[in-house]
Write a protein that binds this ligand. Structure first.
Ligand code: HEC
Ligand code: HEC
Length: 325
């Protein structure tokens, strides 16, 4: 009996020490530094380049949907151009993460970042302070020209002194940050070169995968790791909406006659659907940005979707009654 108690006591002490070491490790690993090249890309003053950047940021690349704050969400949904001073709160199981101020304010915005630092953030997922940027922005394969256009437009945004709160991660979030999060990009070495907007499926492929990230939501994924588990564009990703407790199923966009969501659509129906904006205001799909997409870009995406291998995949109602397993 006495020995058993002694063993229990020592097991308890050892467990406590292990727990203490783990907690200490988690807290000591909150400022990990990562390395990645600084792309030699610089903002241009050319008005055509800036206009292209403005179109990307407020249209297909939908930066504005995330980089404003919750107070401007209604204006964003109405289709207004909203200030990009950040602060939108993403409430996740790991804690609350805030989008950052990407106006040119020196203290609170990107005024303190160099152009190559902004480019590295978007291409390699490494921030100016060496931190791993959370994988909200899969623009890793943007062409040099488009990344330059985006930065050129951001540089025209007057500085806005809106201070964004620091991320508020819970212990699990801190543990994930300490041991799991690594910079996610880039996704390959062959970055598209000289992409020129046209209506071809090739340009549509670039838009749907590297600019508008249709693939990121319209493919089933493991919600813990973000890893793709389903066939590309076959849908069936279950996502929480912008209002907590609302859930959506992404439809199958492959050209499959029985379960494909677009099977009975023509391009005109697709185009009209994009022009009309969100049906469900709490949908996570950034309809208000995509609504601004040019007809030619919509046509390119449509043409690309028709070239996908058809996948039989039921996806249920767009607005789901609850989370699916
Ligand atoms: C789905 C939401 C979302 C979209 C879309 C989005 N961002 Fe972000 N962005 C975030 C979040 C969240 C962070 C903070 C990530 C972090 O700190 O790890 C962030 C951080 C940044 C930063 C780092 C700022 C700093 O102070 O270090 C830059 C620059 C940036 N975003 C630019 C952009 C641009 C440009 C686009 C469009 C091409 C864009 N973002 C689209 C959510 C988004
Ligand atoms: C952030 C996630 C997200 C992104 C990015 C996204 N979608 Fe969606 N999509 C959804 C969700 C969720 C739904 C179901 C809810 C709804 O209809 O708003 C949906 C619905 C749709 C529908 C059906 C709409 C209807 O009313 O029948 C189409 C078509 C569609 N998406 C195409 C696209 C295309 C094309 C892109 C890229 C340009 C894209 N989506 C990008 C999440 C996303």
């Amino acid at each position: 009996m006495y020995t058993l108690l002694r063993i229990l006591k020592w097991t308890g002490i050892i467990l406590l020490i292990v727990a203490f070491i783990l907690v200490a490790a988690v807290f000591s690993r909150q400022d990990l530094q990562f390395e990645a090249p600084l792309p030699e890309l610089h903002a241009s003053m050319d008005s055509a380049v800036i206009a292209h950047g403005e179109y990307l940021v407020n249209g297909p690349a939908h930066c504005s949907g995330c980089h404003t704050d919750n107070a401007h969400e209604a204006a964003y949904l109405r289709g207004e151009t909203v200030p990009m001073h950040g602060g939108y709160a993403f409430k996740l199981p790991v804690g609350t993460v805030f989008s950052k101020n990407i106006t040119n304010n020196q203290e609170h915005g990107i005024g303190r970042l160099t152009d190559p630092e902004i480019a590295r953030t978007l291409r390699y997922g490494v921030g100016s302070d060496g931190r791993a940027i959370l994988d909200f922005m899969p623009y890793y394969m943007l062409s040099d020209e488009d990344l330059t256009a985006v930065i050129s437009y951001l540089r025209t945004l007057p500085g806005n002194a809106h201070a964004v709160p620091a991320d508020d991660l819970n212990f699990i979030g801190k543990a994930v940050k300490a041991f799991l999060i690594k910079p996610a990009g880039p996704l390959g070495t062959e970055r598209p070169k000289g992409m020129r907007p046209d209506t071809t499926a090739a340009y549509g492929e670039y838009l749907a995968n590297s600019v508008a990230n249709c693939v990121g939501c319209h493919t089933a994924r493991d919600l813990m790791t973000g890893a793709f588990t389903g066939k590309p564009f076959a849908g069936w990703m279950n996502m929480e909406g912008n209002v907590p407790g609302t859930f959506f199923n992404t439809p199958n966009l492959t050209p499959e006659p029985t379960t494909g969501h677009l099977a009975n659509w023509t391009f005109e129906v697709f185009q009209a659907r994009f022009r009309s904006g969100p049906v469900f205001p709490e949908s996570p799909m950034p309809w208000a940005s995509f609504r601004r997409m040019r007809d030619a870009d919509l046509k390119a995406i449509w043409n690309y979707l028709q070239t996908l291998p058809p996948v039989v995949q039921e996806t249920g109602p767009l607005k789901a009654p609850k989370e699916h397993g």
